[in-house]
Design a protein around this ligand. Sequence first.
Ligand code: DC
Length: 223
Amino acid sequence: MKKIIIAIDGHSSCGKSTLAKALGNALGYAYISTGDMYRAVTLYFIENQVDINDSAAVLEALKQIRLHFVADENGNRIHLNGRDVSEEIRKMHVAELVSPVAVISAVRREMVRQQQAMGEQKGVVMDGRDIGTVVFPNADLKIFLTADVNVRAQRRFDELTARGQHVDFEEVKNNLAERDHIDSTRADSPLRQADDAVVIDNTNLNHEQQLELALDLVRERGR
Ligand code: DC
């Protein structure tokens, strides 16, 4: 069977990673959540007090950052310079700074370079904001995932609460709206639907229904 590249883009908290992971498992493909990479860079900037307005400092910091993914039974864990930061990067202080960090072209260039290298072997499901438009413009299948903002905020609130974080619903919803705005209006690779992407609105779909829809699309592409 020929292996393909699957790109999943969409707004914050649409369930992109959940679908990407399920698809990866179903197909025996690697799956990469590129948001984790931008979050890990953001965590490094916070911990090392890198001034995001100082381009020389940003470039220097990027040279010090090594990211890699380690697969385990619960999915991919991201390591920042050898340390598992998968929990840390989901905290609100990282969420609040990640979109401004993801605006920086030098950061994007480096992340895109690493993501393209990960797709060289094909057989990969990658989720993010610019995967179908910039990272893999020739991806065999592009999915643009979307859902009602209140439903997304509730999902993220439930996820954070389940992780033991004390957060306010309005704070979570405002953060989502703010990130959607920054991600969609930035100059460098804004979030937008690729012309050849298939839109899936999952407001009223459960995980199994989304996976079935996506697998149908994969089959249509001859996999
Ligand atoms: O998918 P996520 O919510 O974990 O992503 C966190 C942030 O990273 C998101 O607000 C925008 C940025 N991002 C990006 O700019 N490009 C990507 N390919 C993935 C994420």
